[in-house]
Write a protein that binds this ligand. Structure first.
Ligand SMILES: [Zn+2]
Length: 333
């Protein structure tokens, strides 16, 4: 009996690849496709944003799927099951259908940026002045990595915009101070990083993630928060969400360069992927997305910044660019 029990246990662990494992595998496949598509676009000089493709929506969906299973233990693909893999892929592709990315160049004609549910209230980087970039960090602060990015940014003589989670900021107030003391900009990325674009969210949850999150972060830092970024960028076309953000006097901030640093652990490929996307932007300008919670992001963002400074590119915080676009205020440019 004991032997049989052990054999059953072994058999079950062999079959135990989790949904999260398969989702990770799918995300790797999608990133590979993303990089291949990017190479094709570079070859053709096709400036249509790669972030409006179904492929990119699937990548975001894969991330929401993986992070919703945050506590599921990863076991690796011990016995690869093609049917199970196809099933998880189909689930993620279904989620992707609801992820509507608003980064359409043609829709963004507004030259004035202000809190609203229209394109004027959703900054994507595509209307940035030529050669100007904003470095943005999401999902922090992190106990050790955020300050590494602050040190790098400070010693490079630039400023970045940090989209923080109020939950993390409250537990690491000294890290928040370090970010602000170095002259960086503080922005909001919700209370706890839920997918607010999901149809299952209640009004109470949305209010907590946007309104309470803003109030608590402002009370913690004594700063007015003017910028908000939806977790995963999900829900930018949801007017209820956008109304809540605008109602709190915040502009929504998307991005036009996705480093994919949440999944890719190799700083070299992160930098290469970023530079290729940058080369394809209409005005060689925009908003770069990093996450200050991963070690590869600390390294990759510093490598990218050094490269960009060598190339004579300019960095401004998101709000500095907003003031420039609105009033031609030259506080950074
Ligand atoms: Zn995020």
């Amino acid at each position: 009996m004991k032997v049989l029990g052990l054999m059953l246990l072994l058999a079950s662990s062999l079959m135990a690849s989790t949904e999260k494992d398969y989702a990770q595998l799918y995300a790797d496949e999608l990133i590979n496709n993303f990089d291949n598509l990017l190479d094709q676009k570079l070859l053709l000089n096709d400036q249509e944003s790669i972030l409006t493709t179904e492929l990119y929506a699937q990548l975001i969906a894969a991330r929401t799927y993986i992070e919703a299973k945050e506590h599921q233990k990863e076991r690796g693909y011990i016995e690869f099951n093609p049917q199970k893999f196809e099933k998880i892929k189909a689930k993620i592709n279904h989620i992707a259908k609801d992820i509507k990315i608003e980064i359409d160049n043609n829709k963004e004609r507004s030259s004035v940026i202000y809190p609203s549910v229209s394109s004027a209230g959703n900054l994507t980087g595509n209307t940035y002045p030529r050669g100007v970039w904003s470095l943005t960090y999401d999902d922090g602060p992190h106990a050790s990595r955020t300050e590494m990015t602050v040190d790098n940014v400070y010693s490079s003589g630039i400023k970045a915009t940090y989209f923080m989670l109020t939950r993390n900021a409250k537990s690491l107030p000294k890290v928040v101070d370090a970010v602000l003391d170095a002259g960086n900009e503080l922005a909001l990325h919700s209370y706890t990083h839920q997918n607010l674009g999901s149809s299952s969210r209640t009004e109470r949850e949305l209010n907590y993630e946007i309104i309470t999150a803003k109030k608590d972060l402002e009370n913690l830092t004594n700063r007015k928060i003017k910028l908000f970024r939806l977790p995963y960028g999900a829900g930018t076309r949801n007017s209820n969400l956008r109304q809540k953000i605008a109602g709190q006097n915040m502009v929504h901030v998307f991005w036009n360069i996705d480093t994919l640093d949440w999944k890719d652990k190799d700083p070299n490929s992160i930098v290469a992927r970023s530079l290729k996307q940058m080369a394809l932007t209409p005005k060689k300008s925009g908003i770069i997305l990093f996450h200050d919670i991963h070690s590869q992001s600390v390294t990759a963002s510093n490598m990218l910044v050094q490269r960009m400074l060598n190339d004579g590119l300019k960095f401004c915080t998101v709000s500095e660019v907003v003031s420039f676009l609105n009033n031609q205020e030259q506080n950074c440019l």
